[in-house]
Design a protein around this ligand. Sequence first.
Ligand SMILES: *[C@@H]1O[C@H](CO)[C@@H](O)[C@H](O)[C@H]1NC(C)=O
Length: 529
Amino acid sequence: MTSLFSLLLSLALLSLSFLTTAVSASEFTFQEATIESIHLAFAQNRLTSRQLVDFYLDRIQTLNPSLRCVLEVNPDALAQADEADRLRAEARGGKGTLGNLHGIPVLLKDSIGTDDKMNTSAGSYALLGARVPRDAFVVERLRSAGAVILGKASMSEWYSIRSWEMPRGWCARGGQGVNPYVKSENPCGSSTGSAIAVAANMVTVSLGTETDSSIICPADHNSVVGFKPTVGLTSRAGVMLVSPRQDSIGPISRTVSDAVYVLDAIVGFDPRDEATGEAAKFIPMGGYKQFLREDGLKGKRLGIVRNPFSNSRGSTAASIFDQHLGTFRNYGATLVDNLEIENIDIILNPSKNGEMGVLRAHFKHHINEYLGELSNSPVKSLADVIAFNSNNPDLEKMEEYNQDGLIAAQMANILDEEVVKAEHMMKKLSEEGFEKLMKENELDAMVTLGLRAATVLAFEGYPALTVPAGYDDNGMPFGVCFGGLKGSEAKLIEIAYSFEQATRMRKPPLSFSSEFHYQYYYEQSYGTM
Ligand SMILES: *[C@@H]1O[C@H](CO)[C@@H](O)[C@H](O)[C@H]1NC(C)=O
């Protein structure tokens, strides 16, 4: 009798535990899926990479006509997913180990070279049909980590250098990218499509590039995480460059943890990019995942710079930012408040900081190098691009926006005295501004509201990480931006992850997430603040 009872009991317990695993396994949702939730679903045989890619391709087909964030999908994406599924089945049989991004779909900014069936065009028609000599280093790394390359994301054409008049997120091939939260607001750029697609659950993660604000700004405006690593931590080889002094390749994702998975996959020494030799010493043994610590804010010294950032996004954003400062304190951080960056008005003023002249000169030099390496390309130099635009005014929509920026770049020269002088000034502004602020106050990170501090961090290649921090009265997202000294990624990750776990501010855009009900959205956004 007792043994029958205990048998029944253990049976009941067994089926109970079976039930709970079944429940947690069936909890996989495509919306807001993270790399960890996908890996778990793979491991539980609840999901295949093909199903995931199918879901995203379907989303892209449905949403891209209104959001305009994907220029091309990879004709080989499903085949890559099948291969990932096959390798996973094999690995289960004990053969081989899988990479950290195994079967994970990744979208690439259209300036990141891929040696496959896709075009790499910086949003322009001038490069259609051209072949790159090889995959960009970061793409090579993604592939070897097992990622599925899902497609190419739209961007501000030629990194916005084409024209002053051109709004951010516009390119001839894709048209104007649309902010999924507030359609009338600009989605920002230049890594526009990379941010929109992640925000609207059209891919798991993406890569963007930043010269000045190009990851941080679209991530901020589309309520996603954007991570610009220290210049040189990720190789720029095979990517169209604006300036080797400032350009960095980094992840855009819905969570800090996903950004770190991608970062781990793409960092490292590359003989084709000199700067990676210097920066490789920053990469910690065992990678960056170990810094995803919920208690990461504990003991950190954070410098809060309010002026001129805190009022840039309206009073609701400013008051939510103040609440976040309380969270930082509650989680054990020490705040050094109301700090000022020396010469901040000059640093943020495009007509005084000298940056545009430097970037145009560098762009001309490096785009000519890049174009020179292409085969089968309609254009082999910046001069050819300008001529292509003039000769194809309909394709390139020259009636809408001119190409004054490209023409100005064509006239610039990296050896011009003006350019060299401006480089020195930018270095000095950074050393006497941000770097001095960090060192004198012994800070682990600078914390600012919104995206504008990205410029402060751009001139000398410091890292920046933005995390969704809320929505203003119109539903427009904003982020909190963490900046640090070169190589301080580990600290930034600890701080950003801890902040994200404590606040969980990101919500998917309402009109594009059928699985989320308005009530849920409302309560999560406003009810618990
Ligand atoms: C790349 O551009 C060419 C036009 O030259 C086009 O035929 C092709 O479909 C494009 N590739 C993809 C994957 O869309």
